[in-house]
Design a binder for this molecule. Structure first.
Ligand SMILES: *Cc1c(COP(=O)(O)O)cnc(C)c1O
Length: 422
């Protein structure tokens, strides 16, 4: 865990613990562990003379069983340049490359549900995605004309100083920038966990100055803000930070997963999206809690997620209906649960890719048997007597190539017609 005084003094409502959503979001709860795992930890703690080494071994064995690298991202998304894996990059969707700068691989505070928790713990630290090579990212984008967006992620890139941020971004917006790169995105929880980053920190002004320069260069800069709860957005310093960022010409978009005990409340989402819209923040994604970490504790069934999303969405003006969800990030792509339908006497989930390894998979809807208890894609079954979802044969072929040692990312040929610029 990791918290700071903004979280402890201003966000958590201590009169409402342990049920307070901000408390559950930032302070790990005993119930996050399966009863027998909790038991083995507590027993070891109570044993006189239990060594640190012993305690660590127990916690590591529990962590290993919590699916530290969901959606096969370790194997399937790491791209290659001239046959050599490029560390610190992920390239899954044709248009967008993720970059994990070395200095940005922690956060101002940690979310209890974090899906990148392995990046911060011993199960992942030796294998964490990260790079400090700005020329590699520039060169990779230069060589891939389909890439229009680069997303700085982590951890949280906004833990980096303004000068480090400049070091990485200047090759992407300065005179050496790949001309086909349109958008620089920064994924961050800082507006919620440490809005002072933009308002009061020693390099706050320098950071905003950098944002202005990026915008002036003609690239689009967007802050992908992680807001889990209305209370984070209501904070006056967060609102001032949003205002200052927007003054630079950068945009702010918002995304978060739907999490039991934290934000399973349609009224909260409705109010949060409305307030964001008023502040000029564009609602972007509502995600489904991923199949990693303490998911038994945090996950919400898909049927319920749909209900929360639809209830909130139906009360929004069009200006807020930019939000999409509930969306599951699985290995083949981002699967949107579009709705529930009754077809041929069968109750089904209607699904659609928002993003997919093969962009053509996003062209059609597909169907899974309705099941009120399912909370993740892997447990869905194709409807109407089909034995596999339509994309699975192609996906398995690609997976096989990865297992045989080639890049998990599709080649420009695989990406189909209309993708060739050269
Ligand atoms: C979500 C995501 C992106 C960005 O998708 P957009 O729809 O362009 O916002 C890129 N890469 C990965 C691996 C993602 O999960």
């Amino acid at each position: 865990m990791r918290v700071n005084n903004h979280v402890v003094d201003d966000l958590i409502d201590w009169s409402n613990t342990p049920n307070d959503p901000m408390f559950k979001l930032s302070i790990p709860q005993p119930e996050m562990l399966a009863p027998n795992d909790l038991d083995s930890i507590l027993t070891a703690m109570k044993r006189p003379g239990a060594s640190k080494v012993e305690m660590r071994a127990i916690s590591e064995s529990i962590r290993e069983r919590m699916n530290p690298h969901p959606a096969d991202q370790k194997e399937e998304n790491v791209p290659q340049l001239d046959g050599v894996p490029v560390q610190g990059l992920q390239h899954k969707y044709r248009e967008t490359v993720l970059f994990f700068p070395s200095e940005g691989q922690y956060c101002h505070a940690f979310c209890t549900y974090c899906f990148r928790w392995a990046q911060f713990s011993s199960v992942g630290s030796d294998q964490a995605f990260k790079s400090s090579d700005r020329n590699l990212i520039r060169q990779y984008i230069q060589r891939h004309p389909t890439v229009t967006d680069v997303l700085f992620t982590g951890g949280d890139p906004m833990v980096m100083s303004a000068s480090t941020l400049r070091h990485y971004t200047e090759v992407l917006f300065g005179p050496d920038s790949p001309p086909h790169l349109d958008t620089i995105r920064i994924g961050t929880k800082s507006l919620a966990w440490w809005p002072y980053r933009f308002v009061a920190d020693a390099d706050a002004k320098e950071t905003l100055q950098l944002f202005s320069e990026i915008v002036k260069s003609g690239k689009h800069l967007t802050i992908q803000a992680h807001f889990s709860h209305l209370r984070e957005v209501e904070h006056p310093v967060a609102q001032e930070a949003i205002r200052l960022i927007r003054m630079t010409g950068a945009q702010v978009r918002s995304q978060a997963p739907l999490i039991r005990h934290v934000n399973e409340d349609p009224v909260m989402w409705e109010s949060m999206w409305k307030l964001q819209t008023r502040l000029g923040v564009i609602p972007y994604y509502m995600f489904v809690e991923r199949d990693t970490g303490a998911r038994e504790y945090f996950s919400v069934p898909l049927a319920r997620a749909l209900e929360v999303f639809n209830t909130a969405y139906s009360r929004l003006p069009g200006t807020s209906r930019t939000v999409r969800g509930p969306s599951m990030s699985v290995s083949p792509g981002k699967v949107l649960v579009l709705g529930k339908a009754f077809i041929d006497n069968q109750e089904v989930f209607v699904l659609k890719f928002l993003q997919s390894r093969n962009p053509r998979w996003s062209e059609r809807v597909f169907f899974a048997k309705f099941d009120p208890h399912v909370s993740w894609f892997d447990d869905l079954k194709p409807a109407f007597g089909e034995t596999a979802f339509f994309f699975e044969p192609q996906y398995l072929q690609q997976k096989k190539r990865v297992d045989e040692g080639s890049s998990g990312q599709l080649s420009d040929d695989d990406w189909g017609p209309g993708t060739h610029f050269a």
